[in-house]
Design a binder for this molecule. Structure first.
Ligand code: FMN
Length: 255
Protein backbone atom coordinates (compact mmCIF):
# COMPACT_ATOMS: atom_id res chain seq x y z
CA UNK A 1 0.00 0.00 0.00
CA UNK A 2 1.31 3.49 -0.92
CA UNK A 3 0.97 6.46 1.53
CA UNK A 4 1.18 10.07 0.45
CA UNK A 5 3.92 12.32 1.86
CA UNK A 6 1.20 14.46 3.49
CA UNK A 7 -0.26 11.38 5.23
CA UNK A 8 3.19 10.28 6.53
CA UNK A 9 3.95 13.76 7.86
CA UNK A 10 0.57 14.10 9.57
CA UNK A 11 0.80 10.59 11.00
CA UNK A 12 4.31 11.09 12.44
CA UNK A 13 3.39 14.52 13.87
CA UNK A 14 0.31 13.04 15.55
CA UNK A 15 2.39 10.15 16.90
CA UNK A 16 4.99 12.58 18.32
CA UNK A 17 2.30 14.73 19.93
CA UNK A 18 0.52 11.76 21.50
CA UNK A 19 3.71 10.17 22.86
CA UNK A 20 5.13 13.45 24.21
CA UNK A 21 1.79 14.22 25.92
CA UNK A 22 1.77 10.75 27.46
CA UNK A 23 5.36 11.22 28.67
CA UNK A 24 4.55 14.64 30.16
CA UNK A 25 1.47 13.28 31.93
CA UNK A 26 3.52 10.38 33.33
CA UNK A 27 6.35 12.71 34.44
CA UNK A 28 3.95 15.11 36.19
CA UNK A 29 1.88 12.29 37.66
CA UNK A 30 4.93 10.48 39.04
CA UNK A 31 6.72 13.56 40.37
CA UNK A 32 5.23 13.30 43.86
CA UNK A 33 6.05 9.62 44.06
CA UNK A 34 9.62 10.30 42.89
CA UNK A 35 10.04 12.95 45.58
CA UNK A 36 8.71 10.55 48.23
CA UNK A 37 11.12 7.86 47.02
CA UNK A 38 14.04 10.30 47.23
CA UNK A 39 13.13 11.16 50.82
CA UNK A 40 12.78 7.46 51.66
CA UNK A 41 16.13 6.72 50.04
CA UNK A 42 17.84 9.40 52.13
CA UNK A 43 16.22 8.03 55.28
CA UNK A 44 17.56 4.56 54.43
CA UNK A 45 20.98 6.11 53.96
CA UNK A 46 20.74 7.71 57.42
CA UNK A 47 19.84 4.28 58.84
CA UNK A 48 22.77 2.65 57.06
CA UNK A 49 25.20 5.29 58.36
CA UNK A 50 24.19 4.52 61.94
CA UNK A 51 24.02 0.81 61.09
CA UNK A 52 20.36 0.38 61.99
CA UNK A 53 19.94 -1.00 58.47
CA UNK A 54 22.25 -3.22 56.43
CA UNK A 55 22.72 -2.48 52.68
CA UNK A 56 21.10 -5.86 51.97
CA UNK A 57 17.97 -5.05 54.02
CA UNK A 58 14.85 -4.36 51.97
CA UNK A 59 12.82 -2.27 54.42
CA UNK A 60 9.43 -0.95 53.40
CA UNK A 61 8.51 2.72 53.92
CA UNK A 62 6.53 1.68 57.02
CA UNK A 63 9.51 -0.20 58.49
CA UNK A 64 11.78 2.80 57.88
CA UNK A 65 9.24 5.12 59.54
CA UNK A 66 9.00 2.73 62.53
CA UNK A 67 12.77 2.96 63.12
CA UNK A 68 12.62 6.73 62.60
CA UNK A 69 10.34 6.95 65.66
CA UNK A 70 13.61 6.90 67.65
CA UNK A 71 15.41 9.38 65.42
CA UNK A 72 14.94 13.10 65.98
CA UNK A 73 15.72 15.41 63.04
CA UNK A 74 17.20 18.79 64.02
CA UNK A 75 17.95 21.84 61.92
CA UNK A 76 21.50 22.90 62.69
CA UNK A 77 22.61 26.47 61.97
CA UNK A 78 26.24 26.16 60.90
CA UNK A 79 26.88 29.86 61.48
CA UNK A 80 26.21 29.46 65.22
CA UNK A 81 26.79 25.76 65.84
CA UNK A 82 23.37 25.57 67.52
CA UNK A 83 19.90 24.49 66.43
CA UNK A 84 18.06 26.97 64.23
CA UNK A 85 15.26 28.74 66.06
CA UNK A 86 11.75 28.71 64.66
CA UNK A 87 12.51 26.16 61.93
CA UNK A 88 10.46 22.97 62.06
CA UNK A 89 12.75 20.02 61.16
CA UNK A 90 9.70 18.00 60.09
CA UNK A 91 9.00 20.34 57.17
CA UNK A 92 12.52 21.73 56.63
CA UNK A 93 13.69 21.22 53.04
CA UNK A 94 17.53 21.23 52.88
CA UNK A 95 17.32 22.13 49.17
CA UNK A 96 15.66 25.44 50.12
CA UNK A 97 18.05 26.32 52.97
CA UNK A 98 19.84 29.69 52.94
CA UNK A 99 23.05 29.55 50.88
CA UNK A 100 26.34 31.36 51.52
CA UNK A 101 29.75 31.25 49.84
CA UNK A 102 31.86 28.56 51.54
CA UNK A 103 35.22 29.55 53.01
CA UNK A 104 38.16 28.28 50.91
CA UNK A 105 38.34 24.53 51.32
CA UNK A 106 39.97 21.46 49.79
CA UNK A 107 36.61 19.66 49.43
CA UNK A 108 35.92 22.14 46.58
CA UNK A 109 32.66 23.33 48.10
CA UNK A 110 31.89 26.72 46.57
CA UNK A 111 28.52 27.60 48.11
CA UNK A 112 26.97 25.89 51.08
CA UNK A 113 23.68 25.77 52.92
CA UNK A 114 24.02 27.45 56.30
CA UNK A 115 21.27 25.25 57.75
CA UNK A 116 21.46 21.46 57.55
CA UNK A 117 19.34 18.58 58.76
CA UNK A 118 21.14 16.45 61.34
CA UNK A 119 19.75 13.52 63.29
CA UNK A 120 19.78 12.49 66.94
CA UNK A 121 19.54 8.71 67.16
CA UNK A 122 17.95 7.94 70.53
CA UNK A 123 18.19 4.77 72.60
CA UNK A 124 16.04 4.37 75.73
CA UNK A 125 15.50 8.15 75.80
CA UNK A 126 19.23 8.95 75.66
CA UNK A 127 21.27 10.28 72.75
CA UNK A 128 23.06 7.32 71.20
CA UNK A 129 24.45 8.71 67.94
CA UNK A 130 24.49 11.77 65.69
CA UNK A 131 24.09 11.43 61.94
CA UNK A 132 25.53 14.30 59.91
CA UNK A 133 25.33 15.01 56.17
CA UNK A 134 28.68 15.29 54.37
CA UNK A 135 29.55 16.12 50.78
CA UNK A 136 32.53 17.12 48.66
CA UNK A 137 34.23 16.57 45.31
CA UNK A 138 35.63 13.22 44.22
CA UNK A 139 37.07 12.59 40.76
CA UNK A 140 33.96 12.91 38.60
CA UNK A 141 31.63 14.92 40.75
CA UNK A 142 30.28 15.55 44.23
CA UNK A 143 29.79 12.67 46.65
CA UNK A 144 26.85 13.05 49.04
CA UNK A 145 26.55 10.96 52.16
CA UNK A 146 26.22 10.74 55.91
CA UNK A 147 28.59 10.04 58.75
CA UNK A 148 27.34 8.77 62.09
CA UNK A 149 29.28 9.42 65.28
CA UNK A 150 28.66 8.22 68.82
CA UNK A 151 27.32 10.55 71.50
CA UNK A 152 30.97 11.25 72.44
CA UNK A 153 31.01 13.23 69.14
CA UNK A 154 34.25 11.68 67.95
CA UNK A 155 33.92 7.89 67.58
CA UNK A 156 32.71 6.92 64.12
CA UNK A 157 29.67 4.67 63.98
CA UNK A 158 29.46 4.46 60.19
CA UNK A 159 29.63 6.18 56.82
CA UNK A 160 27.49 5.90 53.73
CA UNK A 161 27.16 7.61 50.36
CA UNK A 162 23.78 7.87 48.64
CA UNK A 163 24.80 9.82 45.55
CA UNK A 164 28.08 10.03 43.62
CA UNK A 165 29.52 9.72 40.11
CA UNK A 166 32.68 7.75 40.89
CA UNK A 167 33.68 4.81 38.70
CA UNK A 168 32.26 1.42 39.74
CA UNK A 169 35.12 -0.78 40.98
CA UNK A 170 37.41 2.24 41.58
CA UNK A 171 36.08 5.34 43.38
CA UNK A 172 32.65 3.67 43.40
CA UNK A 173 34.04 1.35 46.09
CA UNK A 174 32.93 3.99 48.59
CA UNK A 175 29.74 1.89 48.43
CA UNK A 176 31.60 -1.33 49.25
CA UNK A 177 30.36 -2.85 52.53
CA UNK A 178 33.83 -4.20 53.37
CA UNK A 179 35.36 -0.71 53.06
CA UNK A 180 32.50 0.89 55.00
CA UNK A 181 33.06 -1.77 57.67
CA UNK A 182 36.55 -0.35 58.30
CA UNK A 183 35.13 2.90 59.72
CA UNK A 184 33.26 2.08 62.95
CA UNK A 185 35.38 2.75 66.03
CA UNK A 186 37.79 5.18 64.30
CA UNK A 187 38.18 8.62 65.90
CA UNK A 188 37.44 11.86 64.07
CA UNK A 189 39.47 14.11 66.41
CA UNK A 190 42.92 13.77 67.94
CA UNK A 191 43.78 14.61 71.56
CA UNK A 192 44.12 18.30 70.66
CA UNK A 193 40.62 18.39 69.11
CA UNK A 194 41.94 18.64 65.54
CA UNK A 195 40.33 16.66 62.71
CA UNK A 196 42.67 13.69 62.30
CA UNK A 197 40.54 11.12 60.49
CA UNK A 198 41.65 10.42 56.93
CA UNK A 199 41.71 7.88 54.16
CA UNK A 200 45.30 6.81 53.70
CA UNK A 201 47.07 5.60 50.53
CA UNK A 202 47.33 1.86 51.04
CA UNK A 203 46.24 -0.08 54.09
CA UNK A 204 45.67 1.33 57.58
CA UNK A 205 46.02 -0.60 60.82
CA UNK A 206 43.27 -2.01 63.02
CA UNK A 207 40.97 0.42 64.86
CA UNK A 208 42.74 0.20 68.23
CA UNK A 209 46.22 0.78 66.75
CA UNK A 210 45.39 3.19 63.96
CA UNK A 211 42.25 5.06 65.08
CA UNK A 212 42.59 8.02 62.72
CA UNK A 213 43.21 6.26 59.40
CA UNK A 214 41.16 4.12 57.01
CA UNK A 215 42.45 2.01 54.07
CA UNK A 216 42.68 3.88 50.77
CA UNK A 217 40.54 2.73 47.84
CA UNK A 218 42.93 0.99 45.49
CA UNK A 219 43.29 2.66 42.07
CA UNK A 220 41.19 5.54 43.39
CA UNK A 221 43.52 7.93 45.13
CA UNK A 222 41.54 10.95 43.96
CA UNK A 223 38.26 9.68 45.43
CA UNK A 224 40.07 8.64 48.63
CA UNK A 225 41.54 12.13 48.89
CA UNK A 226 38.08 13.58 48.25
CA UNK A 227 36.71 11.65 51.23
CA UNK A 228 39.56 12.94 53.43
CA UNK A 229 39.00 16.49 52.21
CA UNK A 230 35.29 16.42 52.96
CA UNK A 231 35.94 15.07 56.47
CA UNK A 232 38.47 17.86 57.02
CA UNK A 233 35.91 20.42 55.95
CA UNK A 234 32.77 19.08 57.60
CA UNK A 235 34.34 18.26 60.95
CA UNK A 236 36.44 21.42 60.96
CA UNK A 237 35.67 24.95 62.21
CA UNK A 238 33.44 25.85 59.22
CA UNK A 239 31.42 22.65 59.44
CA UNK A 240 30.37 20.65 62.49
CA UNK A 241 33.49 21.46 64.57
CA UNK A 242 31.91 24.05 66.91
CA UNK A 243 28.69 21.99 67.19
CA UNK A 244 30.49 18.76 68.09
CA UNK A 245 32.82 20.51 70.50
CA UNK A 246 29.79 21.33 72.64
CA UNK A 247 28.92 17.63 72.80
CA UNK A 248 32.48 16.71 73.71
CA UNK A 249 32.56 19.36 76.46
CA UNK A 250 28.98 19.37 77.80
CA UNK A 251 27.39 16.24 76.34
CA UNK A 252 24.69 18.35 74.67
CA UNK A 253 24.01 21.44 72.58
CA UNK A 254 22.19 24.51 73.80
CA UNK A 255 18.92 24.89 71.85
C1 FMN B 1 38.16 5.11 33.23
C2 FMN B 1 38.83 5.52 34.50
C3 FMN B 1 38.06 5.73 35.62
C4 FMN B 1 38.65 6.13 36.82
N1 FMN B 1 37.87 6.34 37.92
C5 FMN B 1 38.45 6.76 39.05
C6 FMN B 1 37.66 7.05 40.21
O1 FMN B 1 36.44 6.88 40.25
N2 FMN B 1 38.31 7.52 41.30
C7 FMN B 1 39.67 7.72 41.34
O2 FMN B 1 40.17 8.17 42.35
N3 FMN B 1 40.41 7.43 40.29
C8 FMN B 1 39.84 6.95 39.15
N4 FMN B 1 40.62 6.68 38.07
C9 FMN B 1 42.07 6.72 38.21
C10 FMN B 1 42.60 8.13 38.27
O3 FMN B 1 42.62 8.66 37.00
C11 FMN B 1 44.00 8.10 38.91
O4 FMN B 1 44.84 7.41 38.08
C12 FMN B 1 43.93 7.39 40.24
O5 FMN B 1 43.10 8.08 41.11
C13 FMN B 1 45.31 7.25 40.86
O6 FMN B 1 45.13 6.32 41.93
P1 FMN B 1 46.30 5.33 42.38
O7 FMN B 1 47.44 6.22 42.77
O8 FMN B 1 45.72 4.58 43.55
O9 FMN B 1 46.58 4.46 41.22
C14 FMN B 1 40.05 6.28 36.87
C15 FMN B 1 40.83 6.06 35.74
C16 FMN B 1 40.22 5.68 34.56
C17 FMN B 1 41.09 5.45 33.35
Amino acid sequence: MQFSTRYILLFSTALCLISSSMLSIAAVGLRDRQELNKVLDKKKSVLQACRLMKPTDRFSAEEVEAIFQNIEPKVLDLTTGTYAEGVDPKIFDPAKAPIAPAPKNSAQIMNMATQVLVYHVMKEGQLDMLVLPIYGKGLWGTLYGYMAVDADATTVEGITYYDHKETPGLGGEVDNSRWKGLWPGRKVFDEAGQVALKVTKGPAGPVDQDPHRVDGLSGATITSRGVTNMLQFWFGPNGYGPYLEQFRKNGSVQS
